[in-house]
Design a protein around this ligand. Structure first.
Ligand SMILES: *Cc1c(COP(=O)(O)O)cnc(C)c1O
Length: 366
């Protein structure tokens, strides 16, 4: 008799649906035997990181040594940029790591977290992994309904996840909306403000929530080097919070969760803010290009504050996704986010955006 190991798993894990990443280029190459594939599926920054990071790579030796488990130099750089103390910062192996720390630090089988319908897929995963209850609030215009979230917060709720901008919808909440919300969240409920697309959204009515930490002691702000900084492969993210929250997050952190190369690359990337400005302009131009193309085809999309567009195919999007794959264009189906008619397309380089638009027009004209 063979043992059913599923029965041995802790309850949260036994029923867990693993995260589905965007299809890797190499996988599609193997499956279809085609080349010249473009990937607009994972909100990566097609411009890549600062050239200074690339230049520094060959000089990275000392691979036999453990990284600095405290990430001192990176924390120092972040503390200067954000005007916070070192003990307010938690480094993550990507900001997904931070989301998991929060779940492990504040949730058990007896607790719940609250997040929105169509919100980032990692929130339910990290919640369920620790056996906690995830409460989903209905979306409003595809975005977070903060009033619904407030009324949903239960006696046992310890954590609220807010993605701003949200992935996969690109929707964004304003300073006023967020502050009105935070003013009413009970003190014992931690709010994890996920600002993975901060650099793209910043400006106008979009806030730098790190500036609010004195006012809202239950706030954790998460940021990442995976998106605008173009370092998705290296896995670096961080949280800024009240020191006591940072202390708790750091307790569940593996001592060497961010490797030496990633630590160094992040420091160099931070120093090149001109590159980030260029990335943001590149994104704006690509966004205009995609929108013009979609408009000319009469395709609707959710207005986005990030580096992707969630477009409405007004029919089951899966067959269109598959036909795009055959044309060598990888985008992201979002049926698992409750959006079976939508596809999420990352802004790419000009020729990539063009290829996507041309392929889509070809598919729809059939
Ligand atoms: C991409 C993304 C992240 C960050 O992922 P990393 O682990 O930092 O690569 C976090 N939150 C949202 C909403 C995202 O889209």
């Amino acid at each position: 008799m063979s043992c059913d190991f599923l029965k041995l798993a802790v309850p949260g894990i036994a029923g867990l649906q693993p995260y589905q990443p965007g299809k890797p280029i190499e996988e599609l190459e193997r499956e279809l035997g085609i080349s010249n594939i473009i990937k607009l599926a994972s909100n990566e920054n097609a411009l890549g990181p600062s050239p200074r990071v690339i230049e520094a790579m060959p000089a990275m030796t000392d691979l036999y040594r453990y990284p600095d488990g405290n990430g001192y130099i990176l924390k120092q750089a972040l503390s200067e940029i954000h005007g916070v103390r070192l003990d307010q910062i938690t480094l993550g192996n990507g900001s997904n790591d931070i989301l998991e720390f929060a779940a492990r630090a504040f949730l058990t089988e007896r607790h719940s977290s609250v997040f929105s319908e169509h919100a980032f897929a990692i929130y339910p995963i990290v919640t369920q992994a620790v056996g906690a209850r995830g409460i989903v609030t209905p979306a409003k215009n595809y975005g977070h309904d903060l009033k619904a979230i407030l009324t949903t917060i239960a006696e046992d709720t310890r954590l609220v996840f807010i993605a701003n901008p949200n992935n996969p919808t690109g929707t964004c909440l304003s300073t006023g909306e967020l502050q009105e919300f935070l003013d009413q969240v009970p003190e014992q409920v931690i709010v994890l403000m996920d600002q993975a697309y901060y650099e793209y959204a910043y400006g106008g009515d979009y806030p730098d929530c790190v500036q609010w930490l004195d006012r809202y002691r239950n706030l954790i702000v998460a940021r990442t080097f995976s998106k605008a900084y173009g370092l998705a492969a290296l896995r670096v993210g961080y949280a800024v919070s009240h020191p006591q929250l940072a202390d708790l997050l750091n307790r569940v952190r593996q001592p060497f969760n961010v490797n030496s190369i990633a630590l160094r690359a992040a420091v160099i990337a931070l120093q090149d803010q001109a590159h980030i400005e260029q990335v943001v302009r590149f994104n704006q131009a690509g966004m205009r290009q995609l929108i013009a193309g979609l408009d000319s085809m009469g395709i609707h999309f959710i207005p986005s504050s990030a580096n992707f567009l969630c477009i409405d195919m007004e029919q089951n999007a899966q067959p269109i996704y598959e036909q795009l794959l055959r044309a060598g264009v990888i985008v992201r189906p979002v049926a698992s986010y409750g959006l079976p008619n939508h596809l999420r397309v990352t802004i790419g380089r000009e020729q990539e955006n063009d290829r996507f638009l041309t392929a889509l027009a070809g598919i729809l004209s059939k």
